[in-house]
Design a protein around this ligand. Structure first.
Ligand code: UT7
Length: 323
């Protein structure tokens, strides 16, 4: 059977780092509150004139380099973002042009913090159906542009960044020992639309709007839905938590990450945590975390990884990947 096998990953973070202490100088918050409630110590913020596409292009170039491939080898780009450069066309087409890719298709998917899992699943399905053979999946965001800097309840939580993986069609045996994406699970529940949203858009207000969140409500759903979806994706692949080498979760809150790790019975050293350095970068958080753990040698070829994330919609999902 055809498997979508990861050939390389890459990431990019804007240069400017904003610490909790710097935010505490601008709004009524403290390093202590932010660290205790979320685990965040700092976040990267894009420079004036630095767009989501710029971050995405840099992450994509690094992923291609690690994969030993060029932009012209790609026949698919799926870019997960909730902060596109423009309302249209897809930010993915800017990345496509910059990488020198002239065949195939490039488009955006929008599932907010679950966007990378949605993007991986779409690319995996297209590869398995013969619609693509070499795909780039990117998560890239500039959430700093949609934050209400007067709302301390949300402004301290997010950061900017991008991460990417290159997938290539390869033949597998059809067993859980195959390298590549072994299973995906996706869900959304539109009844929870109003607990995490942006209060603007081209069709409603003609403005971009700001992020609004009922944090406690989202937290409750996150804990329950993450516990369910990690079990679901393991069942689909006929595996159990004991088979896992790494949990690479969406990085929104250390307490949610710890809860999911505990539910799986994984020791903390098997859970990749970057929320302290990157804060919540929405669709970029999982590939950014992947890049850190691959870069420092923790994640090795053949390891079994569980990726999971939840965000506005609500939308959530998980992917099981043999690296
Ligand atoms: O990526 C998409 C998914 N998003 C998430 O997963 C986020 C999920 N939610 C969370 O991570 C947490 O709910 C938050 C980190 C957003 C908030 O933590 P919490 O423990 O749920 O706190 P809270 O919102 O209930 O606020 C507790 C208190 C409030 O004060 P009172 O009413 O108890 O006096 C807030 O006004 O903390 C106050 N507060 C702050 N204090 C200092 C809220 N934000 C801040 C702040 N600094 N930045």
């Amino acid at each position: 059977m055809i498997r979508s096998v990861v050939q390389g990953c890459g990431a990019y973070l804007p240069e400017r780092i904003v610490t909790n202490a710097e935010l505490a100088g601008k709004m009524e918050t403290s390093d202590e509150w932010i660290q205790q409630r979320t685990g965040i110590r700092q976040r990267h913020i894009a420079a004036e004139g630095e767009f989501t596409s710029h971050l995405a292009i840099k992450a994509a170039q690094r992923a291609l380099e690690r994969a030993g491939l060029q932009g012209s080898d790609l026949d698919l780009i799926v870019l997960a973002t909730a902060t596109p450069d423009l309302t249209f066309p897809a930010t993915a087409t800017r990345v496509q042009a910059a990488l020198g890719m002239t065949k195939g298709a490039a488009f955006d998917v929008q599932a907010v913090c679950a966007g990378f899992i949605y993007g991986l699943s779409v690319a995996d399905s297209m590869i398995k159906n013969g619609l693509a053979s070499t795909a780039l999946v990117i998560g890239a965001e500039t959430f700093s542009r949609i934050l209400d800097w007067n709302d301390r309840g949300t402004a301290v939580l997010f950061g900017d960044g991008a991460g990417a993986v290159v997938l290539r069609a390869e033949h597998g045996e059809g067993t859980s020992h195959d390298r590549g994406i072994l299973a995906n699970a996706l869900h959304s529940d539109g009844r929870q639309h109003d607990i995490l949203y942006v209060d603007g858009g081209p069709s409603s207000t003609r403005t971009t709007g700001f992020l609004r969140m009922e944090g406690k409500e989202v937290f409750k759903h996150a804990v329950v839905n993450m516990a369910a979806v990690v079990g679901e994706v393991l069942d689909k692949a006929g595996l159990t938590a004991k088979d896992l080498d790494w949990l690479v979760p969406h990085q929104a809150n250390k307490r949610i990450i710890d809860g999911t790790g505990r539910k799986l019975g994984l020791p903390p050293e098997r859970v990749v945590v970057t929320v302290d350095r990157h804060a919540n970068t929405s669709a970029a958080s999982i590939p950014l975390a992947l890049d850190v753990a691959v870069g420092d040698g923790r994640i090795k070829r053949g390891d079994l990884l569980l990726l999971e994330g939840i965000g506005g919609g609500l939308s959530w999902g998980a992917s099981l990947v043999r690296w």
